[in-house]
Write a protein that binds this ligand. Structure first.
Ligand SMILES: [Zn+2]
Length: 303
């Protein structure tokens, strides 16, 4: 009887200590404000050039780092713009099968290559139920949306506009601009904001490679980015994540960073592009700031 009582007290003391320890761990975790995000842009999944193994290797690398989530920067597939329905359909399926290997949530951004059939060589019927952006919306989800994470607001934008003339341009259309305005009305002015846009808002790539007075083409940049950025004037915009160019650049102006995040596929799975290796951005967010680095996941292209 006495032994049982002593054992009971001992168990109670151990349980209490374990509970105290667990509670202190929990408090520490909730109190820590940093979190990590992987930004994987220009994946361009394809049946050719061993691309699927490349995407899997990139995802293995991300999974080992264990971010809170992944943002993709668009151009998930290669491609749907000028392809038959069968090819576009199978590449979307291939992407969705492969990205399932990510062990954390994935927030997708739409790229120009996800838009089905707008190049006339595809032979696509504009009345097809999945024509244009509808293919993306039906299979992946909304092409623009927002979410909150640990005090930060993430806004995923649709930066591509079909001109109807065998060509796309970089544009945030008026419907989306109205949505941004509405979103910001209900966002505290101090809330740090991150944008993900496939086509860059600001880049110096062509000025660096073509000449400092060369203007950007409207398919290379979002041509109304000035107006879009003006919408954020009274808000705490911190970071614009960009894709499309397969280069790594970091522009800092008036408190906003514009980072073009390289490419998972490098030079479309043929090797590095310009000076940029196949890789992804690794971002660590604090309360109101962040740091980043480029992770080369050591892919070697094979023809
Ligand atoms: Zn692109």
């Amino acid at each position: 009887m006495k032994k049982a009582l002593i054992r009971g007290i001992a168990i109670a003391i151990v349980s209490f200590t374990v509970l105290l320890f667990m509670n202190s761990c929990k408090t520490r975790k909730e109190g820590s404000e940093t979190f990590n995000v992987a930004f994987l842009t220009d994946i361009h999944i394809d049946y050719r050039r061993n691309a699927v193994a490349g995407v899997e290797k990139a995802l293995d690398s991300v999974n080992a780092l264990n971010p809170d989530f992944i943002i993709t920067g668009g151009d998930l597939i290669m491609d749907a713009l000028g392809q038959s329905y069968g090819r576009a359909d199978s590449l979307y399926n291939l992407y969705q099968e492969t990205i399932r290997k990510a062990s954390v949530p994935v927030y997708n951004t739409m790229g120009n290559h996800e838009i089905y059939g707008i190049y006339s060589r595809s032979g696509a019927d504009p009345l097809h139920p999945e024509y244009g952006e509808k293919m993306y919306e039906k299979r992946i989800g909304q092409s623009y949306y927002s979410f909150m994470h640990k005090g930060w607001k993430f806004m995923i934008l649709n930066s591509i506009e079909d001109t109807g003339k065998d060509r796309y341009v970089g544009l945030i259309d008026s419907v989306q601009a109205a949505w941004i305005t509405k979103e910001l009305e209900s966002t505290d002015q101090g809330t740090p904001i991150v944008i993900s846009t496939h086509i860059p808002f600001i880049t110096v790539m062509d000025q660096r490679y073509e000449g400092s007075t060369v203007p950007n083409d409207s398919s290379l940049v979002v041509y109304n980015s000035r107006q879009v950025l003006d919408l954020f004037r009274e808000h705490n915009l911190k970071l614009v994540l960009q894709g499309h160019l397969h280069i790594l650049e970091d522009i800092y102006y008036e408190g906003v960073r514009y980072i073009t995040g390289g490419a998972v596929c490098g030079g479309w799975w043929r090797g590095p592009y310009r000076t940029c290796e196949e890789g992804f951005l690794w971002l660590t967010f604090g309360k109101d700031d962040f740091t980043w680095k480029y992770v080369d996941y050591n892919w070697v292209a094979s023809e």
